[in-house]
Design a protein around this ligand. Structure first.
Ligand SMILES: Cc1cc2nc3c(=O)[nH]c(=O)nc-3n(C[C@H](O)[C@H](O)[C@H](O)COP(=O)(O)OP(=O)(O)OC[C@H]3O[C@@H](n4cnc5c(N)ncnc54)[C@H](O)[C@@H]3O)c2cc1C
Length: 306
């Protein structure tokens, strides 16, 4: 089921037709407050009441014309201004293929730098998402390039990739901000752990490697991008054992998933951020959410009922 849903995520015909179906549009609202940025800003204001920060993402990937990247960057610049005008605890996270990585690497880097500059004015971090493995090396390399001049940038790394342990060691001297996730794409066994046990074990090992770096005095911002509360508890135990405070790492979850746990963790003293998406290009992203939990397909199909 997971493979089929991930195949559907990358199918161009489906990408065009499914978002036009009313039931699909209704179903996606479980994972995003709406397509307009205003919906995301309103959600952030609600999260603020519970002491939860937000990471905003405008959905979209693999643009085919470079002027689309210019438009995306402009729109993000406007959003950063609104986040701060409205006094929200909000950061943004971008996909490099939405900023032109397939077309022009230098222009993509320039966009990232411009966005990081603007976020930095407000003391905020600009996050970079990690996409499929065809982009891993290019993304890590672009992060290295941008991080040198823009300390307020962070990168997502995927625990299912065998290379990630080495990537963390490679990035540590840069004093990185890392959002560790399990990984959302279909990757072959040659480069990625396949079983849940292996991915979870690597997630803990990578988290511990980052905690140990923090413990030894390295500056590193650690974010666990997971809804897996057992893993969060395990990492908490490891941090405790090192004598690190609860705020040595933060937890990031997606809008609409384990919302009760997000609030509970915030109450228990964890730093929590909710990643809130907006934008019309939600189809491939939504299919990856279904692939993570095929039971969600039933929920989507229920929207067919009157
Ligand atoms: C803040 C954030 C940013 C992310 N950024 C990226 C990125 O840049 N690149 C990337 O490849 N991946 C990204 N991901 C996705 C990530 O790779 C996983 O695919 C996703 O988080 C599901 O894995 P999990 O860690 O929650 O663990 P799982 O083992 O999949 O899930 C643990 C539990 O969480 C709940 N849960 C998980 N997913 C769902 C869902 N879709 N619907 C309902 N319940 C669910 C279930 O109760 C499940 O039992 C991001 C995830 C988060 C939270």
């Amino acid at each position: 089921m997971r493979r089929i849903l991930l195949w559907m995520a990358s199918n161009r015909w489906l990408r065009y037709h499914i978002p036009r179906l009313g039931f699909a549009r209704r179903a996606v609202l479980r994972f995003m407050p709406g397509e307009a940025p205003e919906s995301a800003l309103r959600a952030a204001a609600d999260f603020k009441k519970d002491g939860i920060g937000v990471v905003f993402t405008r959905l979209g990937e693999n643009i085919t014309r470079i002027d689309e990247a210019d438009e995306v960057a402009e729109q993000y610049l406007g959003l950063i201004a609104r986040i701060n005008a409205e006094g929200l605890d909000g950061e943004i996270s971008v996909k490099l293929t939405q900023l032109g990585l397939d077309i022009d690497v230098d222009r993509t880097a320039a966009h990232v730098e411009r966005l990081a500059d603007r976020a930095g004015v407000f003391g905020k971090t600009l996050w970079i998402d990690m996409e499929g493995s065809a982009y891993t090396e290019k993304t890590v390399a672009l992060y290295e390039r941008v991080k040198a001049g823009h300390p307020n940038t962070g990168l997502c790394l995927q625990a299912y990739l065998r290379r990630t342990a080495a990537d963390i060691q490679r990035l540590l001297p840069l004093e990185p901000a890392v959002r560790l996730v399990k990984g959302a794409y279909a990757e072959p066994a040659t480069i990625a752990y396949q079983s849940r046990q292996e991915v979870d074990a690597n997630f803990v090992a990578l988290s511990v490697a980052m905690l140990e770096a923090a413990h030894s005095g390295r500056r590193i911002r650690i974010a666990l991008g997971t809804h897996d509360v057992k893993l969060i508890e395990e990492v908490t135990r490891r941090a405790d054992a090192l004598g690190l405070p609860r705020k040595a790492f933060e937890v990031q979850m997606l809008y609409g998933i384990r919302s009760d746990e997000q609030r509970r963790l915030a109450r228990d003293g964890y730093v929590v951020r909710d990643l809130v998406c907006y934008g019309a290009a939600w189809y491939p992203w939504y299919m990856r959410r279904l692939a993570e939990r095929p039971a969600n397909v039933i929920f989507a199909l229920r929207q067919l009922l009157p």
